[in-house]
Design a protein around this ligand. Structure first.
Ligand SMILES: [Zn+2]
Length: 139
């Protein structure tokens, strides 16, 4: 009994998109290149010119917790959906949530209303984070 092996060409698997129905034209070393642009990307015509496609980034709308301060509020945990669709490895091409954990001033949480504001902000932040995380789970 002989076994045969069917050889198939190696085809790079496409990056699982979080819904992509549009394209955008970007400048790569001054040359106009049209690429898929996920619906969640807010850069549109403002994608920065790049030296190679590996440098192309997609960014979603940022969201954050507004932490009450003495002068008003300061954004913290600024988060946005991000992807590098032409990164070298498939794992690096997957969309992820980029979270800035260092930004903003310290909060003034001594006033009860400030704590309530922070708790409301955390509730909104948690809901948004769960929503965006569920999109990642679908990838
Ligand atoms: Zn984009």
């Amino acid at each position: 009994m002989s076994q045969s092996t069917i050889e198939r060409p190696i085809v790079p698997s496409p990056v699982p998109a979080l819904v992509s129905h549009r394209t955008v034209t970007v400048l790569v070393r001054g040359q106009r290149v049209t690429v898929d642009d996920p619906d969640w990307c807010v850069l549109g015509d403002h994608h920065a010119p790049v030296n190679s496609l590996e440098d192309l980034i997609h960014e979603g709308e940022p969201f954050s917790i507004n932490v009450p301060t003495l002068d008003g509020v300061a954004p913290a945990l600024v988060t946005r959906m991000t992807s590098w669709p032409f990164a070298r490895t498939e794992a690096d091409r997957l969309p992820y949530l980029a979270i800035d954990i260092a930004g903003g001033d310290g909060g003034d949480l001594q006033r009860r209303t400030a704590v309530d504001e922070l708790l409301d902000g955390l509730d909104q932040y948690t809901a948004r984070l769960r929503s965006e995380c569920s999109q990642l789970a679908a990838v």
